[in-house]
Design a protein around this ligand. Structure first.
Ligand code: PA5
Length: 370
């Protein structure tokens, strides 16, 4: 293992983090503030939907997953995420469809966009350019244009907060103003505490990265931290180029926990990160403590990330921010530039030969002409 003290060498970190992924983590409060303002001038004349679907893949889907958790005890309409080529059968003219693709070029998302047009869903597109922006404009579909030039996963605030703002505007979600201001305040503190300049001895993200180094980090969330756990896992994948897993309480107590009965045999392979909350329900606390006892019998490395803030949005975002920093520090420990995702690009290139995306574009062109 490289010496964890590399995480105190600012020049070395900057050398490895060539495209400066760390700056997006450090500037999270600024991006959250800007993203919250994005759909301010946005006019929507859609009627009240019966269902809400957010379509997207990878870094463009996680905003929808976070929305789903956030909405659970606040919105009466069902929110689902579609990470597929095809829409669920129930999606129809009474469905509000957010189609999100940072590049605007992802074939699954374009395919779902086409289906949503055919089914006359009430569509809102979110992208930074590409075919999605082009066809949204040609077809006069409401569209949120997000800033260009970032990695999709680094634009999470721009792909997540507009969803909240639009739903608020449509009267489908309660006011988010107070939650947004608290979230920005909390993120200022979190990004300071986990910054590049803050030494390893006093920096949770740097410590977490050192703790999970060389293992498959397994992230356990619960309740509205379900998608947060998923986000941490995907950031370990894409930024740190590290396999990772995620699960959520209490479901994991009905299967995953049995897999730890002989934890010793896996101690070298896995580490576990528990997402914690000062106000977690008693039954969840009990479940977490019991699960920790079972896993620690095998000397598996355990860590905890406690959320900060009062409102759900701040709590969720505080853990997301710590996870983002941790994934970059883990990349640094591994000597890997966090930004490029070469394998995803290679696959997208290879898929061109199937002709699926070209066919979708041709159909979109036809629709745009009629
Ligand atoms: O983070 C990434 O780069 C990926 O997960 C992408 O978000 C994913 O491949 C989908 O691309 P896009 O976000 O451009 O639709």
């Amino acid at each position: 293992m490289p010496k964890p003290t590399i995480l105190d060498n600012i020049d070395e970190i900057k050398k490895i983090d060539k495209s400066n992924m760390l700056s997006f983590c450090a500037q999270a409060p600024k991006h959250y503030g800007n993203a919250a303002k994005l759909p301010r001038q946005f006019k929507i004349s859609y009627r009240k939907p019966e269902t809400i679907v957010v379509a997207g893949m990878g870094g463009s889907a996680i905003g929808g997953e976070l929305l789903k958790d956030w909405a659970r005890d606040r919105m009466t309409l069902p929110v689902n995420v579609c990470r597929e080529y095809h829409l669920p059968a129930y999606a129809n003219k009474n469905t509000l469809m957010f189609v999100t693709s940072y590049s605007g070029e992802t074939e699954e998302t374009l395919s779902v966009f086409l289906e949503a047009l055919k089914r006359k869903c009430m569509i809102i597109c979110i992208s930074s350019g590409g075919a999605l922006t082009e066809f949204a404009e040609k077809l006069s579909i409401p569209h949120v244009l997000v800033p260009r030039g970032m990695a999709p996963r680094a634009t999470l605030p721009y792909l997540f907060l507009p969803l909240l703002r639009i739903l608020e505007k449509m009267g489908l979600a309660p006011s988010v103003e107070a939650e947004l201001s608290e979230t920005v305040r909390v993120l200022k503190q979190v990004s300071l505490e986990n910054s590049l300049e803050r030494p390893l001895s006093d920096n949770l993200s740097k410590k977490l990265a050192s703790n999970v180094y060389g293992t498959v980090p397994t992230v356990y969330g619960f309740g509205f931290y379900r998608a947060v756990a998923q986000r941490l896992k995907t950031q370990f994948n894409e930024n740190s180029k590290n396999p990772a897993k995620w699960e959520s309480f209490s479901e994991l107590n009905h299967n995953e926990i049995v897999g730890w009965e002989r934890a010793k045999e896996f101690a070298k392979c896995f580490s576990v990160i528990f997402i914690r909350d000062a106000e977690e329900p008693n039954e969840i606390r009990e479940r977490i403590e019991f699960t920790k006892e079972i896993i620690s019998k095998g000397a598996v490395k355990l860590s905890e990330v406690w959320s900060s803030g009062k409102c759900n949005l701040a709590r969720m975002s505080s853990v997301v921010c710590i996870g983002d920093f941790t994934s970059v520090y883990l990349a640094v420990l591994r000597g890997i530039d966090p930004t490029p995702v070469r394998t995803i690009e290679l696959l997208k290139e290879r898929l061109k030969k199937t002709g699926v995306k070209d066919k979708t574009i041709r159909e979109l062109q036809k629709l745009a002409k009629t």
